[in-house]
Design a protein around this ligand. Structure first.
Ligand code: CTP
Length: 409
């Protein structure tokens, strides 16, 4: 299985400073290990008052570094060893005090020295009280660090350990893992404007009923995550869903096919690439009843008058002048997916149709894996092996790269 995962086999130095969120860093450490990374943990003295080094030693399988003057092996300069082995440094949680020290390049402890000595990218996940987060000193330090190219994830807004509510909660481990994966990906889509649709639309019949389908949005969300991780500016137009929005992506929530059409058509002119991964309803009830329909009012009629919805992709294909944006469709089929994809490629005027057989248990709706065939004009269909939807998303983007070239905007 091609498990495209930018964390696998990478050396991550996980730096923990003294905040209450340090307990979540154990889960984060496990997440890196599960993704196949080699994790080396650095803890400040304050961090060790919140969580024990033994936990991280057991989770990472590597010694935990805490002291500027105590090396893992004799004759080794500890901060240089860590600075050079790191392919990525992740500071989680980062306290307000740590951000101040880092902004000013203080290097009188192990963590400060590692951060000054490294040339690897640094991702910081702040966690602190809301007033500390909003303090002008922290704002200035943050601006300084962002200017120097330090990456940030979070903080989130929510209940804080100091019994207040506001911005300052360290981002959750899955979001930090996603951000770390993004930092390690190539930025080969930088400057590209990408619009992706995801999920099912819902076509209301009355206030309690609707017509819809089994799409969960997982493939579209994976595409948005992958494109954003590779530097694209991504807008995700999605039907009702239960998924965590990908980091750095602008989400536009819609419900019906008509709303999706409006959201897409209003944005398409500035796009380099449009991927219609949504399972758009093809019909909607002719009328939407303002009140719940009652059986006794239906009389003898058992049929439901329907209207065709706009075919958004076909409309984009018709309106397109020149080669921008690239248009990608999906063909979720229960018959011969490649034949159907070839028909849709022609009828809808797209550059690529991703075909899959949704009747297979490990592909299609709700599954975390997918098995697809890439169908393009004047080319043999290209089957991809079974892989996670994230890995498939990257392969679809790889296939589109030559057509995208440098962004014209
Ligand atoms: N699509 C769309 N607007 C619609 C229906 C579909 O933009 N009203 C897009 C989907 O997002 C997908 C592609 O068209 O990218 C193919 O959708 P699919 O439902 O597989 O095909 P249909 O066009 O509905 O054709 P058929 O009913 O013959 O399967």
């Amino acid at each position: 299985m091609d498990e495209r995962n930018s964390l696998a086999g990478r050396r991550i130095v996980l730096c923990i400073t003294g905040g209450i969120a340090a307990y979540k860093s154990a889960e984060l450490c496990r997440g890196f290990i599960r993704a196949g990374a080699d994790v080396h943990v650095v803890m400040t003295p304050a961090a060790q008052r919140f969580v024990g080094g033994v936990t991280f030693e057991a989770l990472s399988g590597n010694p935990v570094s805490t002291d500027l003057f105590h090396a893992a092996e004799p004759g080794v300069i500890e901060h240089i060893r860590l600075a050079e082995l790191a392919e990525l440094l992740v500071v989680a949680p980062a306290t307000a005090g740590f951000l101040a020290r880092m902004a000013h390049g203080l290097a009188d402890d192990l963590l400060g020295a590692v951060l000054l000595a490294t040339t690897a990218p640094v991702l910081v996940a702040p966690g602190m009280n809301v007033n500390m987060w909003q303090h002008p000193a922290t704002r200035d330090n943050l601006a300084l660090l962002k200017n120097r190219g330090v990456h940030f994830v979070g903080p989130d807004e929510g209940d804080l350990a100091c019994r207040t509510y506001g911005a300052g909660r360290m981002a959750e481990p899955p979001a930090i893992l996603e951000a770390a994966g993004g930092v390690l990906l190539p930025s080969d889509l930088a400057g590209q404007q990408v619009l992706i649709t995801a999920g099912a639309t819902r076509e209301p019949l009355d206030p309690v009923r609707f017509l819809s389908n089994r799409s969960t949005g997982k493939m579209g969300f994976a595409l948005a995550r992958a494109a954003a991780g590779r530097g694209a500016r991504v807008t995700l137009v999605c039907g009702p869903h239960h998924l965590r929005p990908p980091l750095g992506v602008t989400c536009v929530d819609v419900e019906t096919a008509a709303q999706m059409a409006e959201a897409v058509e209003g944005r398409v002119d500035s796009m380099d690439l449009v991927i219609m991964a949504a399972a758009v309803a093809d019909w909607r009830p002719e009328t939407v009843a303002p009140k719940k329909l009652k059986k006794q009012d239906a009389g003898d009629s058992d049929s439901l008058p329907l209207h065709r919805t706009t075919d958004i992709l076909a409309e984009l294909g018709r309106r397109r002048k020149g080669t921008r944006p690239l248009l990608v469709g999906f063909a979720a089929e229960t018959g011969d997916p490649v034949m159907e994809a070839q028909r849709k490629l022609q009828e809808k005027g797209c550059d690529l149709v991703v075909a899959n057989d949704v009747s297979e248990p490990d592909a299609g709706f709700a599954a975390d894996t997918n098995r697809v065939v890439l169908v393009r004009p004047n080319a043999d269909p290209e089957p991809l092996s079974l892989a996670s939807k994230d890995a498939i998303a990257h392969q679809i983007l790889d296939a589109l790269l030559p057509g995208l070239g440098s962004p014209p905007h």
